[in-house]
Design a protein around this ligand. Structure first.
Ligand SMILES: O=C(O)CCC(=O)C(=O)O
Ligand SMILES: [Mn+2]
Length: 198
């Protein structure tokens, strides 16, 4: 692919990293537009028999029919907005891939987070390519190998950056956004995905 960044590889790990995917001007405009205009929701997950708020807001947009089970819940996507569709097309061109949906995450402060997981839902198929676009505050993205959790890697995901995870990554590695005590501002993350429908 004609990707505007670096290719980072480790054992069964394949990443493409473009810290300057968007210009500061584009990234600023998208952050203010998308933080205000999307239908951000407080999701809940069931833990130890209780419903608890997820430590972030989420939203799900995509093609009709690109439904997806996330945290055990069947999600129906909202229809694409013009801004998300334009962003999807820009990422598709750079990654020579097509996507039919995007999961948005809104981290309101350093206390918002996402725990260790792999993006390995069956709807994503084998060897999924996931493109993750970052806006707003820089947060640390950590990866660890499932069979040897001492093998770790971390990347600071900055405003306007794009990280692609591909190949075997989701089968052998997990990732997270840990909480931080630092005073960090708001952050948006959008993971573009191709949901396989039958
Ligand atoms: O916020 C991030 O950078 C990670 C989001 C993520 O892993 C996900 O949505 O599955
Ligand atoms: Mn993920």
């Amino acid at each position: 692919m004609t990707f505007p960044g670096q290719h980072l590889c480790d054992e069964q790990l394949e990443l493409w990293w473009a810290p300057d995917f968007l210009s500061a001007f584009e990234a600023d405009a998208l952050f203010s537009h998308l933080s205000q205009s999307l239908a951000w929701q407080q999701g809940q997950v069931r833990m130890f028999g209780k419903w608890i708020d997820e430590p972030r807001l989420t939203v799900w947009y995509g093609d009709p029919g690109a439904s997806y089970t996330y945290s055990g819940k069947q999600q129906q996507p909202l229809p694409w907005t013009p801004a998300l569709l334009a962003l999807k097309e820009k990422i598709e061109t750079s990654s020579s891939t097509s996507f039919n949906s995007v999961l948005g995450n809104y981290y309101r402060s350093g206390q918002d987070s996402m725990g260790w997981h792999s993006d390995n839902e069956k709807e994503l198929g084998i060897r999924p390519l996931i493109a993750s676009l970052n806006l707003g505050a820089t947060r640390t993205f950590q990866l660890r190998m499932i069979k040897d959790k001492s093998r770790k890697l971390s990347l600071d995901l900055s405003h306007g950056s794009l990280l692609i995870m591909s190949g075997e990554t989701q089968h052998h590695w997990q990732h997270q956004i840990p909480k931080t005590k630092k005073a960090v501002g708001e952050r948006l993350n959008f993971t573009f995905r191709l949901i396989l429908t039958d």
